[in-house]
Design a protein around this ligand. Structure first.
Ligand SMILES: [Zn+2]
Length: 784
């Protein structure tokens, strides 16, 4: 059902004015979408980035992308098709059963980068990859393409027959295969849509048909079992293929990738996200958003909006990132979820994709504000400004540092990083027939060919507190310019047209409309004075972060390898009877957006500068703020608790997190009759009448001990089990009886003969008879 387009221009006339009460204009796309939009983005090729941090970000990404060898990304695809490999397979997750996901991202990134930079090499590479995938598909002869070892056989002989095995993070022994299929299909879609490579769509359709044969006959319950394993954005890419072909079969497929345990609960308005894996679930919401655009299904739309609202308002940190060790926690409880493994970059990449869909529907400034928050405070912050390397989990640890990844150690975040830094230009300007929206303040030139308009935005924002826009026109153009008025702009926004100040009636958190007949050479100057302000944890108003305008400030604590990092109060506390940071901080001369705290930090003051400019340093984003009186009371207890945690951390040689995919892989996890658990939204593992085992590093030079974390609240069924090291029994444990509703640490000394000459031990938890092991929340090896 197509809604009619409202073309309304109530604001006309020769004089300047702010067009506040104009009836909203909307736009239809020329594509397959059946709903109308408040605004639409421009194509990447229509917007050229000008000199500045964002252009630099693209250039860094360009260098990394051109260093990859397509034949190495394709090697697994050829091997699985029985074709000779042209090059060696890459390492990282490309050498595991997630193989192939990087090629999908790479094909998407090359497609975007050709539009963004015009570099022909990207077009050449995308064409080559598509040609190679065609050869691979022809060699299989049935539509399949894949690089996961033995993946096709597992699908045909097991999954298609309704045999579903999953230990929580894999499907019949293959690591999240639909996640990878989604990436490959999305790469083909982008090569078709952005580069016009026709056969990319043919290959994607044939591959989708092969997938259809696998899943079509599965009964509902079996399919739900299958969907318990991460399936990426299969619902999104199937909807897209429906949109591109008009064939309803793919719309049906999009709906087959629909789980009842997350999506249906969200559709009913229930936030089931606590305890769920972040990046498994965000793509599902993107799929719903896309399907709404292609079908008008209001349930899909509402579910996607509900998801966005819950993640942004209840599960996100000040940087716009979400997730602690990749998982959502209890709603609105973030205070104690800080550590090195917060805010996976894929989650932000995907939340920005979702935000962009929602923004186009109603043009709400709230969505553009969130885009700015996450773009400046996560995406820009996670790319190293010299090497272009990106961070997987962007640490919000108090005293943390950024852990950049080797671009050749392929992970999910290396993949999404390839795309995140290829498409900034797609999110700056938006339009409908009558209006041009300036959503992000990034130096760029828009070529709106249809209107004969070139709009040049010049700014070093957020190093400038504003922006300027210059119109280049062949002939005068009647148009409403909509400039984002950020919600944080508490000192207002000043807009001048050709030097003449216009009256801004709008409030922060909206768009300022300037309607007029624009002429060649017209200039708009925008000033948005920054202020210092606090943002707090939702569950603790005294754990705070400091913003200056759009950017969160990080306190610079020392070099990344600072030996003092384990000292108590390495991260100072803030002590003040005021809550206005303007009273605590002084600008540092000659350093833009940089401040020094003044008589605030205990035991020392700190230099605060934008997080996106903080690299190769120890930092904190969050701080504990005390009044003078409260600090006097807290000081002793605070220092004692810090000391206890520091001592445990300091003596830790290796830490194993049971129940989470990546740590389990890293520690060669194995087990029988065991499963991952969540308790109070913390990951753990149990084994009922079974066992689990993993490797742990030790220090052969000193006496070692194991420290295991359990829940002390007691259990109804017996929890008696043995702990073994290298098959030697270390202890018999019984955690059945309650000792209090707290987490408890138990220490087990390891006899020195078990660690002598070794750097690694095998730790095993084994149930006694039909008892249950655990739940075990964490295991660390420590120096005694
Ligand atoms: Zn990731």
């Amino acid at each position: 059902m197509k809604n009619k387009i409202l073309i309304v221009m109530l604001c006309v006339g020769p004089v300047l004015f702010s067009c506040k009460n104009a009836e909203e204009t909307r736009i239809e796309t020329s594509g397959p979408e059946v709903v109308d939009f408040r605004l639409l983005p421009f194509e990447l090729k229509d917007v050229t980035l000008l000199e500045g941090r964002f252009k630099k970000g693209v250039e860094l990404n360009e260098k990394i992308l051109l260093n990859y060898e397509p034949d190495r990304l394709l090697a697994g695809f050829r091997r699985e098709a029985g074709l000779p490999q042209k090059a060696e397979i890459y390492g990282g997750w490309e050498s595991a059963t997630l193989a192939g996901h990087s090629l999908g991202h790479y094909l998407s990134a090359c497609s975007m980068m050709y539009q963004t930079t015009g570099n022909e090499e990207f077009l050449k590479r995308a064409r080559y990859i598509v040609d190679e995938l065609e050869i691979v598909q022809n060699a299989h002869g049935d539509g399949y393409i894949g690089a996961m070892e033995g993946g096709k056989k597992v699908f045909e002989e097991e999954v298609a027959q309704g045999i579903i095995r999953s230990a929580g993070f894999d499907l019949n022994g293959i690591w999240a295969p639909f996640y990878t299929h989604h990436k490959v299909l999305a790469g083909l879609r982008d090569a078709y849509q952005l580069l016009g490579i026709e056969k990319a769509l043919d290959i994607a359709v044939k591959f989708s048909d092969w997938i259809y044969e696998i899943i079509d006959d599965l009964d509902y319950d079996t399919r739900q079992d299958m969907l318990r394993c991460e399936y990426g954005g299969m619902n999104e890419v199937m909807a897209d293929i429906y949109g591109l072909t008009g064939n309803e079969k793919y719309l049906e497929m999009s709906r087959l990738f629909h789980d009842n345990f997350v999506i249906d609960s969200l559709a009913a308005g229930i936030d089931v996200l606590p305890g769920k894996h972040g990046n498994t679930n965000i793509p599902k919401a993107i799929g719903l958003a896309r399907r709404y655009e292609l079908t008008g299904d209001q349930t899909d739309r509402k579910t996607a909006e509900f998801f966005w609202d819950r993640v942004v308002h209840y599960h996100s940190y000040v940087t716009g990132g979400n997730g602690f060790r990749e998982y959502f926690g209890p709603a609105g409880k973030l205070r104690d979820r800080l550590g090195p493994n917060t805010t996976e970059s894929c989650n932000v990449y995907n939340m920005l994709k979702l935000t962009d869909h929602l923004f186009t529907w109603e043009g709400e400034a709230e969505k553009a504000d969130f885009y700015e928050r996450a773009l400046f405070n996560h995406i820009m912050a996670h790319q190293h400004p010299e090497t272009g390397e990106v961070v997987y989990n962007l640490s919000l640890d108090m005293g943390g540092r950024k852990a950049y990844q080797n671009p050749f150690h392929f992970t999910c975040c290396i993949g999404t990083g390839m795309e995140s830094h290829a498409k900034y230009n797609g999110h700056i300007f938006y339009h409908n027939n009558e209006e041009l929206f300036v959503s992000q303040f990034i130096a760029a030139e828009l070529n709106w060919e249809e209107k004969g308009l070139i709009l040049r935005q010049e700014t070093a924002y957020p190093e400038d507190q504003g922006t300027s826009l210059e119109f280049k026109l062949e002939q005068p153009l009647k148009l409403t310019l909509q400039i984002r008025y950020p919600s944080w702009a508490e000192k207002g926004m000043e807009v001048r047209v050709n030097g003449r100040r216009i009256r801004v009636k709008e409030k922060p958190g909206s768009f300022v409309a300037v309607s007029r007949t624009w002429k060649d050479g017209d200039r708009v100057e925008v000033k948005i004075p920054f202020t210092l302000r606090l943002e707090t944890m939702p569950d603790d108003e005294n754990r705070i972060a400091v913003f200056y305008g759009p950017v969160v400030l990080a306190g610079d604590l020392g070099p990344a390898n600072d030996p003092k990092v384990h000292e108590p109060l390495y991260v100072p506390v803030f002590v003040s009877d005021h809550r206005n940071p303007a009273e605590w901080m002084e600008p540092v001369k000659g350093e833009v957006n940089t401040f020094m705290t003044r008589d605030l930090g205990y035991p020392r003051d700190v230099k605060m500068k934008p997080f996106y400019q903080t690299h190769d340093r120890r930092y904190s984003i969050y701080w504990d703020l005390y009044t003078t009186e409260a600090w006097e009371k807290e000081k002793e207890a605070y220092e004692a608790e810090l000391e206890r945690i520091k001592q445990l951390e300091e003596s830790t040689i290796d830490y194993f997190q049971p129940g989470e995919m990546q740590p389990e892989r890293d520690h060669q996890f194995d087990g029988e009759h065991t499963r991952p658990e969540r308790f109070r939204d913390r990951p753990a593992r149990t084994a009922t009448g079974g066992w689990f085992a993993f490797d742990l590093e030790v220090d052969p030079e000193v006496p070692n001990a194991l420290v295991v974390e359990y829940w002390g609240g007691g259990y109804r069924r017996n929890r008696i089990f043995d702990i073994l090291v290298n098959d030697v029994k270390l202890a018999k444990e019984d955690i059945t009886s309650p000792v209090g509703n707290i987490y408890i640490h138990k220490q087990y000394d390891i006899p020195e003969e078990l660690t002598a000459g070794k750097t690694k031990i095998r730790v095993k938890f084994e149930a006694e008879d039909n008892n249950i092991v655990g739940p075990v929340f964490g295991v660390r090896s420590i120096k005694k």
